[in-house]
Ligand binder design. Sequence first.
Ligand code: AMP
Length: 204
Amino acid sequence: MNIILLGAPGAGKGSQATKLKEYYAIPHISTGDAFRSNIARGTEIGVYAKSFIDKGQLVPDDLTVKIVEERLSHDDCKNGFLLDGFPRSIPQAEALEKIAKIDYVINFVIDTEKVVKRLGGRRTCACGETYHVSTHPSNICDKCGKELYIRQDDNEETIRNRMAVYEKTTAPLVGFYKERGLVVDVDANGTIEETFQKIIELVK
Ligand code: AMP
């Protein structure tokens, strides 16, 4: 099953991807994670991508599409994949149509203020796990024991920019995929478990 997780930053795509990859036994491909890994390793891609990410802007389409195309060519994607954070623009979606056939686009529907609150208190682990400071005040990851950190783009000004970019450039993808009959709307205001149950009911 080839699935796109579409939704505003902080809508919970990453948290759902962690559960869905186990449930469907398919890889989780996050362009945000790919960029952060490049930044951490100090690669040329990382240095270039960081200049956009730190401002809450999108990394240019050509580089982003190249990274996804390369990743989707790996053997572990043969039985399906979960795309998280890609595509994020119409040109990216058009490029993806030439690379792979998509079965479902899960559209995370969530209130903007909820997103700003979620991202403002988000604590991230290098293993991919995320927490909210209100429900997990400890600075240590329950899963792997590493120290949590605050993503550099999880500050209020950058969050607002990311939301504006989402509305202008990414939200039109809902219409793009609705025209193709691929969209499943999911209310993402609830808990991780509630949203997960809704998704697996709808995506069969
Ligand atoms: P995320 O972890 O998905 O919130 O992504 C973090 C940041 O990485 C975004 O705010 C963008 O700057 C960049 N990024 C991630 N995915 C894409 C994409 N598909 N196109 C362009 N930039 C992206």
